[in-house]
Design a protein around this ligand. Structure first.
Ligand code: ZN
Length: 237
């Protein structure tokens, strides 16, 4: 992605800023919208003196004079000037697992950016011309696995793809249990007690085993597909 942009200036700056955004997704800026915004041209993230002096917000770029960039806040519409300063970045090896497979990517992050286990990142996949949403499972720095490290000091980020995930479901029909795998989006919700149509069968979710330890088994408990190890269900006829 970076290579294709080429040159320097505002595009490069935007690209670097968008990497900051990528890793800030978990702060609740709204993942889907975010993803689209970071792909459109001429936007940067910056604090907004009017509505968000602390947290960065997306801004459209109106024009640029040297390092001074005139921008309009996407949230409140106010217009102000920000200074675009070059950001030092680090290329971090990122191993993304998806089901049984894993693939290696390179993620550009601001050198001083801290990466935590549990962070969501967008990883460029130049071969497929795609961007994958991943969740950091482990960070390797100085030859050791750790829960947080600064990008410049990271050897490898180990992550799990959460844009599409495989959900395993065991359906019991009274005499035997059938195991089925489904490809779904990571933010697909499953509710204990709900009836799901699996292929041509209907099944009621009895309990959900989590990637982290434990189960959800109270009626109405909701779990996102990316957090599910296995769903246990009983067939409804
Ligand atoms: Zn604003």
């Amino acid at each position: 992605m970076h290579d294709r942009l080429g040159g320097g200036g505002i595009k490069e700056y935007r690209q670097k800023v968008s990497n900051v955004l990528h890793s800030d997704i978990h702060h609740g800026l709204g993942r889907r919208q975010h993803q689209m915004n970071t792909r459109s041209d001429l936007q940067i993230a910056a604090a907004c003196p009017t509505c968000s002096p602390e947290e960065p917000r997306l801004h459209h770029i109106i024009r640029q004079h040297g390092a001074e960039v005139l921008v309009r806040c996407d949230d409140c519409g106010s217009v102000h000037t920000v200074i675009s300063k070059p950001v030092r970045t680090a290329s971090v090896r990122t191993i993304v697992s998806r089901g049984e497979d894993s693939e290696r990517y390179t993620t550009e992050l601001p050198a001083d950016h801290e990466v935590y286990v549990g962070d969501e990142l967008l990883v460029d996949d130049p071969s497929a011309d795609e961007v994958h949403l991943v969740e950091v499972a482990s960070v390797e720095s100085d030859g050791r696995r750790t829960v947080v490290a600064t990008a410049a000091e990271i050897d490898t980020i180990w992550a799990r793809a959460i844009d599409e995930v495989t959900v395993k479901i065991a359906i019991h029909d009274g005499t035997r249990t059938e195991s089925i795998r489904m490809q779904v989006f990571g933010d697909q919700e499953y509710t204990v007690g709900a009836i799901e149509k699996i292929g041509w069968k209907n099944a009621r979710i009895i309990r959900i085993k989590l990637h982290k330890r434990g189960f959800k088994k109270n009626k109405g408990d909701v779990v996102l597909a990316k957090d599910i190890k296995r769903i246990f269900a009983e067939r409804i006829r």
